[in-house]
Design a binder for this molecule. Structure first.
Ligand code: CTP
Ligand code: MG
Length: 196
């Protein structure tokens, strides 16, 4: 059992930029919505008031800055024996930023389809609310890894070096449960209006 804990924690650790990026807008979001309050052809909001510019701009920047601390821990303390870093400096920053930006682009893309199904802002839509940011984060992270390699910045795809298939599988399987738990806590401490 103990032998399984470490690989699982490593997978979740690597995904922290996406998790944090997805969480920050809850605290710093608000202001102008990305769709500027406009409706789609069906008369419903394009994205809704839950997707704001402040959230999608500040979320990835703050998440990437936070990853700076994690990256430092991985490189300079015994944490590094267990937890890998996001790649060579300074390119790890691009991977971390892409993971967080992708999380929020995935989240906004989900909201587009959520509105089309007639669900209002904050309504629950399992499992899409739980997976949008994981899928978005992984896709953008992969794109960043490809761009870094193709441009010659990194000799290999540093995203694929750390996001191995078993880790991706762990992330996809465990994130929905984690998301529900974190949101329940967020609701209890008053940061969120609904417990999902
Ligand atoms: N948020 C934001 N900007 C974003 C994403 C999120 O300001 N780009 C903030 C909003 O205050 C939002 C909260 O974070 O209400 C929680 O995000 P989420 O659960 O993704 O949004 P919902 O309000 O549930 O909206 P939707 O139904 O469209 O998912
Ligand atoms: Mg929601």
């Amino acid at each position: 059992m103990a032998g399984l804990v470490d690989p699982v924690l490593v997978a979740l650790w690597l995904m922290l930029p996406a998790y944090i990026g997805n969480m920050i807008p809850v605290f710093v979001g608000g202001g102008a919505p990305i769709d500027f309050g406009k409706n789609w052809r069906d008369g419903r909001r394009i994205l809704g008031d839950g997707k704001t510019w402040r959230g999608i701009i500040l979320g990835p920047i703050l998440a990437a800055l936070f990853t700076f601390i994690l990256q430092w821990l991985s490189l300079n303390t015994s944490w590094g024996e267990t937890f890998p870093s996001w790649g060579p400096s300074p390119w790890w920053f691009a991977i971390a930023y892409a993971l967080a930006l992708g999380a929020l682009v995935g989240d906004a893309t989900k909201s587009f389809f959520k509105r089309r199904t007639g669900r209002k802002r904050g309504d629950r839509w399992i499992p899409f609310d739980q997976l949008d940011f994981v899928v978005g984060g992984l896709v953008f992270g992969l794109l960043a890894g490809v761009l870094l390699q193709v441009s010659g910045a990194t000799p290999s795809n540093t995203f694929l070096d750390i996001f191995t298939w078993p880790r991706v599988l762990v992330i996809l399987l465990l994130t929905p449960a984690l998301h529900l738990l974190v949101n329940f806590i967020g609701y209890k401490i008053g940061a969120k209006d609904v417990p999902w």
